[in-house]
Design a protein. Structure first.
Length: 171
């Protein structure tokens, strides 16, 4: 028996091994103030075998080219330790009505400026990615947040500095 409505319920999948142009633009390190509500979930496997999630804002993510992503984590975070030990993370987020899951191969990169404030930087290669949409429903948001107005300017300043460190690592 076939479902006559199967076509209207099937997911539209886009698979990629490099950032599509719209995502490369999104992670370009510019217009951070206009993108402050965006959050991505970096999923890592910890030494006890359990999965953990680190939430990253737009000011902690930078794509210097279509095949890579640089990001900053607090150096003492379990995710930073897992990645330094060779962990292979996944980055998930909702954007433009779709759910994205990106498999990454990451390695630590040195940034004296970032280390000075307790951050660890990583460069990851996009191993594979997938975007999913369904025709009958639109994802309006994933994990989002609002910056506290009292700290907004300080946070944006910190994010801009982090993006500069992530850009400088490859020079």
């Amino acid at each position: 028996m076939s479902d006559a409505n199967a076509a209207t319920h099937s997911a539209d999948r886009l698979q990629f091994d490099a950032w599509p142009p719209a995502l490369l633009d999104w992670f370009d390190g510019r217009a951070l103030a206009a993108r402050t509500g965006f959050a991505a979930s970096l999923v890592t496997c910890h030494e006890d075998g359990r999965l953990g999630t680190s939430l990253l804002g737009i000011g902690e993510l930078y794509a210097p080219c279509p095949r890579s992503l640089r990001f900053a984590l607090w150096a003492q975070a379990r995710a930073a330790r897992a990645l330094a030990a060779g962990g292979r993370p996944a980055l998930t987020f909702v954007l433009d009505g779709a759910f994205f899951q990106v498999q990454l191969d990451a390695m630590p990169i040195a940034s004296t400026g970032a280390q000075g404030v307790g951050l660890a930087c990583f460069e990851a290669v996009v191993a594979s990615g997938e975007a999913q949409r369904v025709p009958y429903a639109r994802l309006d948001a994933g994990i989002t947040f609002t910056l506290d107005e009292r700290d907004r300017e300080m946070t944006l300043e910190r994010w801009n500095q982090q993006i500069e460190w992530l850009k400088a690592v490859g020079r």
